[in-house]
Design a protein around this ligand. Structure first.
Ligand code: FES
Length: 199
């Protein structure tokens, strides 16, 4: 083989190798972009709905379920607790008694702000500055208005009060009722929080 032929062959090999590296480089750059367009499994699971069995809750008790890193309060209301909703409204101390502000899905725009009135499902985030209100079902609590207090939620950060349906009182810093997240019942006692049947 003459030197000329050897040199041409070498040049062809070098050009081929450079092209292959170039193509691999391009793929190498494209992959991270494709990856970043898809939410990670962690992000997906952070936004995913949560499933909860309501039959585990004792009447009068509240359980906190975590959804999207936030507390969701699930309260099992007794017949007395449900009766208190009307009484509190009659006291004229609730700012938005008919839940006219869009703080709940349409199917929860009723007195108990729920699909099943026995179960209240509320985002445990105060609508003032976002603290987590305390569950205070103790009727007549001296620090919350004595005889007038029929149970509900109290946010100690700046003193906001809500009734057992998460409806905010007048004269407190929180402007809105607690939010009701979307939810639906998958079966008699199992609720899915974070999604509704229209989703
Ligand atoms: S954050 Fe609840 S009263 Fe201010």
């Amino acid at each position: 083989m003459s030197n000329d032929v050897v040199n041409k062959t070498r040049r062809r090999l070098l050009i081929g190798a450079t092209t292959a590296v170039g193509a691999a480089g391009a793929v190498g750059i494209a992959v991270p972009f494709v990856g970043s367009w898809n939410p990670s499994a962690k992000a997906k699971s952070a936004g995913a709905p949560v499933k909860f069995n309501m039959s585990k809750i004792e009447p009068g008790a509240m359980v906190t379920v975590e959804w999207r890193g936030k507390p969701v309060y699930v309260v099992r209301r007794t017949p007395e607790a449900l009766a208190s909703l009307k009484k509190v409204e009659e006291q004229g101390v609730i700012r938005d008694p008919k839940s006219e502000a869009p703080q709940q899905p349409k199917y929860a725009q009723n007195e108990s702000r729920a699909i099943k009135e026995e179960f209240g499902i509320l985002l445990g985030v105060c609508t003032h500055l976002g603290c987590s209100p305390l569950y205070r079902p103790d009727v007549g609590a001296a620090d919350l208005g004595g005889d007038k207090w029929l149970g509900g939620f109290f946010c100690p950060c700046h003193g906001s009060k809500y009734d057992l349906a998460g409806r905010v009182y007048t004269g407190v810093p929180a402007p809105l009722n607690l939010e009701v997240p979307k939810h639906f019942y998958e079966s008699e006692n199992v609720v899915i929080i974070g999604e509704d049947q229209g989703a």
